[in-house]
Design a protein around this ligand. Structure first.
Ligand SMILES: *Cc1c(COP(=O)(O)O)cnc(C)c1O
Length: 421
C-alpha cells in the first residue's frame, strides 16, 4: 500500500466515524424516519428543490378525498376551506417566518405572488412619490424574479436597476447602498441565493432599503423551513416563498405571501378577482378589495395543494426552527469538510460561503464535469441537482437528511468525478 492510499483510508475512516457520531448526537435524527423513502438507500440531495413527503401526508391526502371532499362536498368551503389560506398562512408565519397572525396567506405560485406584490409595491411607492420609478434586483437572482421585474418595469413605465454580484456570494450591504436612492420604489432580493446558498443579512439590507425610502420584498424560497426568518422583527415589508422546497408541500404546491400589517390596506394588487373582495358572495357590480390579507387572493384557492405542507408546518412548530437551523448548519459544515477532504484533491471547489453564518441550507460544489456527474449520479439513486456553470447543488433538508446519507452521497460524487463522468 502506498502512503497516499493509507492516508486516503485514514481520511475515509475519519469521515465515517464523524458521520456516525454526528447522527448519534443529532436531536432531530428520529424525524428522518417520518419521511416516505427514509428506509431506502437512495441519497436525496434535492430537498431544497422538491422536499420529500412525510408519511403522515399520504394518510392526510386520502382522508381528505374520502371525508372532506367526498363527504362534505361543497359544504367544505363554508366549513373550513375559505379560511384555510389564512389559517395555514398564520401557522406558517408563527412556525417559520417570525410573523404575527394576519400577515401571511397561502395563494398562487411564487411567480404569480411575486408579480402581484412587486407591482402593488411599485404602484404604492410611485403614487407617494412619482420620482420613485426603479425596481432594484441583482443579476444572480432566480430567473423568475429577474424576468418579472423587467415585465413590471415595462408595464408601469419604470426601470430596473441591476446589482452586479459575485456568483459565489450575494448582495452585500455596500452593493445595496450603492443601488438604492430617491428613485427606488422597491427592492427585490433572495434571502438565500439559489445558486451559491449565500445567506443575506436581511435585517441590515431591509434597513438600508428603508433608509432610502424604498419598500423591500424578500424572496424566501430557499429559506422558509430551513433558516429562521424574523419578518416582523426585521421590519420586512413583503415576502414571498415556495412551499414545495423545505416545506414539503409537494410538486406545484402554492406559495405564501407575507405583507406587513402597516402596508396591507395601502397596496392594490393587479389581479382583481372575486376571492379578494370583502364580501365574496355578494358578487357586487365592481371590485372592492377586502381589508387585510384577503385582498391578495384572486381566484379560488388551491385547497388540495395546501394539504401536504400542513404536516411539515406542524413538525417545524413542534421541533422549532432554531433546532432545524442548527442541524442544517451541522449538515452543511460536514458537507464542506467531506468536500475538502475527499473532493478537493480531484479539483472540486466549494462555491458556497465557507462561513456557516453566511450560508443557507445547501452547498454548491464546482468542477467542470458536474453536469455529467449529476446525470451519472441520478442513475445510481444519488440525487443532487445541477446549476450552471459547473455547479453540483447539495441540498440538505434538515429534517429528512442524515449525516451518513450525506457522506454516502458525497462518496458517490467522488467516484463519479474520478470516473471523469
Ligand atoms: C424555486 C424558486 C422560485 C420558483 O417559483 P415558482 O413560481 O414556484 O416556479 C422562485 N424564486 C426563487 C428564489 C426560487 O428558489
Amino acid at each position: 500500500m502506498t502512503s497516499t492510499e493509507s492516508a486516503g483510508t485514514a481520511v475515509r475512516h475519519g469521515l465515517a466515524a464523524a458521520a456516525d457520531a454526528l447522527d448519534a448526537a443529532d436531536p432531530l435524527r428520529a424525524h428522518r424516519d417520518a419521511f416516505v423513502g427514509a428506509e431506502s438507500s437512495l441519497v436525496y440531495f434535492d430537498g431544497n428543490s422538491l422536499g420529500r413527503p412525510l408519511r403522515a401526508t399520504a394518510e392526510r391526502l386520502s382522508a381528505f378525498v374520502r371525508e372532506e371532499w367526498g363527504g362534505r362536498l361543497i359544504r367544505g368551503w363554508d366549513e373550513s376551506w375559505m379560511q384555510l389560506p389564512f389559517e395555514l398562512g398564520d401557522a406558517l408565519g408563527r412556525a417559520a417566518l417570525g410573523a404575527a397572525a394576519g400577515q401571511t396567506v397561502i395563494g398562487d405560485s411564487t411567480t404569480v405572488l411575486l408579480y402581484k406584490l412587486v407591482r402593488a409595491a411599485f404602484d404604492a411607492a410611485a403614487a407617494d412619490d412619482p420620482a420613485r420609478v426603479e425596481i432594484v434586483v441583482d443579476r444572480d437572482n432566480f430567473p423568475t424574479d429577474r424576468y418579472l421585474v423587467e415585465g413590471i418595469a415595462a408595464e408601469r413605465g419604470g426601470r430596473v436597476r441591476w446589482i452586479e454580484v459575485d456568483r459565489a456570494s450575494g448582495v452585500s450591504a455596500q452593493a445595496l447602498r450603492e443601488a438604492v436612492g430617491p428613485e427606488t420604489a422597491v427592492v427585490l432580493l433572495s434571502h438565500v441565493a439559489y445558486r451559491s446558498g449565500y445567506l443575506a443579512d436581511a435585517a441590515t439590507l431591509t434597513r438600508i432599503a428603508h433608509d432610502a425610502g424604498a419598500l423591500i420584498l424578500w424572496d424566501l424560497c430557499h429559506s422558509a423551513g430551513s433558516v429562521p426568518v424574523e419578518a416582523d422583527a426585521w421590519e420586512v415589508d413583503l415576502a414571498v416563498g415556495c412551499t414545495y422546497k423545505y416545506l414539503n408541500g409537494g410538486p406545484g404546491s402554492p406559495a405564501f405571501a407575507y405583507v406587513a400589517s402597516r402596508l396591507q390596506n395601502r397596496l392594490a394588487q393587479p389581479i382583481q378577482g372575486w376571492m379578494g373582495t370583502a364580501d365574496v358572495f355578494a358578487m357586487g357590480p365592481s371590485y372592492e378589495p377586502a381589508p387585510g390579507m384577503r385582498r391578495f387572493l384572486s381566484g379560488t384557492p388551491p385547497i388540495l395543494g395546501m394539504l401536504a405542507m400542513q404536516d411539515t408546518v406542524a413538525l417545524i412548530d413542534e421541533v422549532g426552527i432554531d433546532a432545524i437551523r442548527a442541524k442544517s448548519v451541522g449538515l452543511t459544515e460536514f458537507a464542506v469538510r467531506v468536500s475538502d477532504e475527499l473532493l478537493a484533491p480531484l479539483g472540486v471547489t466549494v462555491a458556497s460561503p465557507r462561513d456557516a453564518a453566511a450560508r443557507g441550507g445547501h452547498v454548491t460544489l464546482s468542477h467542470p464535469a458536474m453536469r455529467s456527474v449529476t446525470a451519472r449520479l441520478w442513475t445510481q439513486d444519488v440525487i443532487p441537482d445541477y446549476r450552471d456553470p459547473d455547479g453540483l447543488r447539495i441540498g440538505l433538508s434538515p429534517l429528512s437528511t442524515s449525516f451518513a446519507e450525506t457522506l454516502r452521497g458525497l462518496e458517490a460524487v467522488e467516484a463519479a468525478v474520478r470516473a471523469g463522468s
